[in-house]
Unconditional design. Structure first.
Length: 278
């Protein structure tokens, strides 16, 4: 079945290390759009951080942001929005405060954290944006409208320990996923890139069989398992490669462009970015 909706992760898939989208990926996306394929983004990033990428691609289609909690077009139309319940957001913040864990919030599309530190600087540098250091009182003053809460850690082992602790305390009320070895994403129960993919496909009039998704990280797994067809980046985690239908080149090699040309448009060795290895 022909692909009508192609959904791409950002970091590690379309963007290497938070850098700008390559000319090769832009050209491939535009080539797919000219062929009638809807190409969009699904990311754990806040909408404001994903918007410049959508603008660079030249597509005005709904962006899936906050790991599936928000579907919004570059022109400002909100298709769907899910925020963590304010009292629950407060409790999760307090849980982190008691343990002196770094946590950041996104109420009103503004990135907030307690104080400037290694974790905040790492996140801001990787996302090319600037947040606000507001103290714990400032965080607790903005418990409404958080599509996502995010913990940034110093490495994989700490991430595993903290994600398990949050799941044990709040797992009945929220979904917790690792989007990287140092990132823990917390969203409303039942929300993921997969739920957003299903919702967006239905809103656009496509069956799930007419969708294809591409990604590299743990938070992409639900989306990749749900899509009609799935592609793992060459740099994807082994757990991601294990569940996808296809594989492509790495992000640094413009694997997104290769996947579009090969799996969506059916091109071979003559593609602008050929699939030179699997």
């Amino acid at each position: 079945m022909a692909v009508k909706l192609f959904v791409s992760d950002l970091d590690g898939t379309m963007l290497p290390d938070g850098n700008e989208v390559s000319a090769e990926n832009i050209a491939a996306v535009q080539r797919a759009a000219e062929a009638g394929v809807v190409v969009t983004i699904a990311t754990g990033r806040m909408f404001e951080a994903a918007l410049p990428v959508a603008e660079a691609l030249g597509v005005d289609v709904p962006i899936i942001a906050y790991n599936g909690a928000l579907i919004k077009s570059p022109s400002g139309r909100v298709y769907e929005e899910h925020a963590v319940e304010p009292a629950l957001a407060h409790d999760i913040m307090a849980f982190c405060q008691e343990r002196d864990w770094y946590i950041q919030t996104y109420s009103g599309g503004v990135l907030r954290y307690v104080e400037t530190c290694d974790e905040s600087r790492f996140y801001e540098n990787s996302q090319k944006l600037t947040g606000e250091a507001v103290g714990w009182d400032g965080l607790f003053a903005h418990t409404e409208g958080n599509c996502k809460l995010l913990l940034v850690t110093k490495g994989r082992e700490i991430t595993l320990e903290r994600s398990e602790a949050i799941l044990a305390a709040f797992g009945a009320q929220v979904d917790v996923t690792r989007s990287a070895d140092h990132l823990i994403e917390i969203v409303e129960k039942g929300i993921s890139k997969a739920s957003a993919l299903q919702s967006l496909a239905a809103k656009l009039g496509f069956s799930i069989e007419e969708t294809m998704a591409i990604g590299d990280a743990y938070n992409d797994l639900p989306m990749l398992k749900t899509a009609g067809k799935s592609v793992a980046m060459g740099n994807a985690f082994p757990e991601v490669k294990a569940v996808t239908d296809y594989k492509t080149l790495s992000c640094e090699e413009n694997g997104l462009a290769a996947a579009i040309y090969h799996y969506v448009l059916g091109m071979g060795a003559d593609a602008p970015v050929p699939m030179t290895r699997n």
